[in-house]
Design a protein around this ligand. Structure first.
Ligand code: HEM
Length: 437
């Protein structure tokens, strides 16, 4: 299959800067906090002076209305060049790399059908259990009055792996291996913007292990279900319903690539978002204290508001990419009207949109009264996050439990710095007092 030039060959220097920022190895130490502010300022400058910046073959869209517009117009702004080739090379074709074709609709419907109404409650219940167990384990492992907790190892990276086992229905004999497979593939699919060869090789090696593993799991499960097993998890539902969408039933290969796409999208997303939002809140003593009061009053709705507002300052995706499929206009009839040529890579600055004063009142203020619907933390339009309803319970449940810990803080000095593997939080030590709150 012919695919256009890799996206990274078309990147402008501006975009490279953003790419480096999103894949930095540093913690959000004071230096990096400054850097983040600089990026926000750069977006603020563009929003004001060049809201739709058009360069040769590259454009940056920074205002809320235009960002929403690009993401809504999937027939004009596609994803194939952004994701499809990398997916083909690793986990296989997946809805996020497809335009709105009959194939996309059929596969998206199959996946959505495997999520049932009461799953959000189930995921909430599971998450609560994982968090309680992890905190108890940290307490048991501690000596003295101070408990040390590696947020990444015990919670943000581990919760989704446990959900792969308990909700998605994929056995996880070796958690570290599953984490490695998920990270290596995710890194290549979504964050290898400079086409680093090591990242690419690691993803291909991971896929060479993950794919046969999933195939064997799927074949065994299909047999068990045929033998009358009545287990109910995401994988079993995919298998049970594979003949219900169109004339040809989905094959084992179809099950594998769709299952892989979903679980790969679940692990380091939740890890990165969870770790970054906690770091954001710990950086703001006043808001932290207010969020702690909300948590102690068991006000989950208010805690959610703290979680998503914190994420606005350091989201998983400060930008999304699209490629213009046919010559078109953005913001027609306005002073910022811009003509976009087919083939232009469009940097859709979702974080910038969430700082657009036209739509986010006093955007530099940390506020918990913003309507959830206005956030663009999970994308928008055709490819809006499949896991959003889960994220909306997992992240608040995690935060609520943390906020209730007595004297939650980062250890002083370097030990209190989050460390990264490439773009991914790898270790984030926190401390709290042993006494139960
Ligand atoms: C806090 C964690 C997460 C964040 C911030 C996040 C963010 C996103 C974003 C921004 C997109 C849109 C990408 C684009 O338009 O180019 C997306 C799509 C997607 N996400 Fe998530 N995600 C998270 C967790 C999850 C989880 C837990 C799952 C699985 C249950 C998941 C599965 C997916 C899938 C399958 C898509 C593609 C949907 C489609 O193409 O129709 N994500 N996510």
């Amino acid at each position: 299959m012919h695919l256009p030039r890799p996206i990274s060959e078309q990147l402008s220097p501006l975009f490279q800067g953003i790419a480096q920022r999103t894949s930095g190895h540093l913690d959000r130490d004071p230096g990096q906090a400054v850097q983040r502010v600089v990026i926000r300022q750069a977006f603020a400058y563009l929003r004001r002076h060049y809201p739709i910046l058009v360069l040769p073959r590259f454009a940056v869209v920074t205002r809320y209305d235009d960002v929403k517009d690009v993401l809504a117009r999937d027939e004009d702004f596609g994803v194939t060049e952004v994701y499809a080739e990398r997916m083909e090379r690793t986990s296989g074709p997946f809805i996020l790399g497809m335009e709105r074709t009959a194939r996309y609709e059929r596969e998206a419907a199959w996946l959505r059908g495997a999520v049932h109404d009461d799953d959000v409650a189930r995921v909430r219940h599971l998450t609560r259990g994982y968090v309680a167990d992890a905190l108890e384990a940290a307490r048991r492992a501690s000596r003295g009055d101070v408990v040390e907790l590696d947020l990444v190892a015990r919670l943000t990276r581990r919760i989704p792996v446990l959900l792969i086992r308990d909700y998605f229905g994929v056995p996880v004999a070796d958690e570290a291996q599953m984490m490695r497979w998920m990270r290596a593939t995710f890194w290549e699919l979504f964050l290898n913007l400079t086409n680093d060869r090591g990242v690419r090789r690691a993803a291909e090696e991971a896929a060479a292990e993950l794919n046969p593993y999933l195939e064997q799991v799927i074949a065994a499960r299909a047999q068990e279900l045929a033998d009358g097993d009545d287990r109910d998890d995401f994988l079993s539902r995919l298998i049970r319903t594979r003949a219900s969408f169109g004339e040809t039933p989905f094959s084992d290969f179809d099950v594998r690539r769709n299952l892989a796409g979903v679980i790969i999208g679940a692990v380091d997303t939740l890890n990165k978002a969870g770790a970054q939002l906690v770091a954001e809140l710990l950086r703001r003593p006043e808001q932290l204290a207010a969020a702690q009061r909300a948590a102690r009053a068991d006000d989950l709705d208010l805690v959610s508001r703290y979680a998503f507002e914190a994420l606005r300052y350091d989201p998983l995706n400060p930008i999304l990419l699209r490629v213009c499929r046919r010559d078109t206009f953005l913001a027609p009839g306005t002073p910022r009207e811009a003509s976009i040529a087919a083939g232009t890579t469009v940097c859709v600055a979702t974080q910038s949109a969430m700082f657009d004063p036209e739509r986010f009142e006093r955007p530099e203020e940390f506020r918990v009264d913003r309507p959830y619907e206005s956030y663009l933390l999970f994308g928008d339009g055709q490819h809006r996050c499949f896991g959003e309803a889960f994220n909306r319970v997992i992240l608040p449940e995690l935060l609520l439990a943390l906020l209730r810990l007595p004297q939650l803080r980062r250890p002083r000095g370097r030990r209190g710095m989050m460390t990264f593997e490439g773009p991914f939080p790898d270790r984030f030590l926190l401390e709290f007092e042993h006494a139960l709150s």
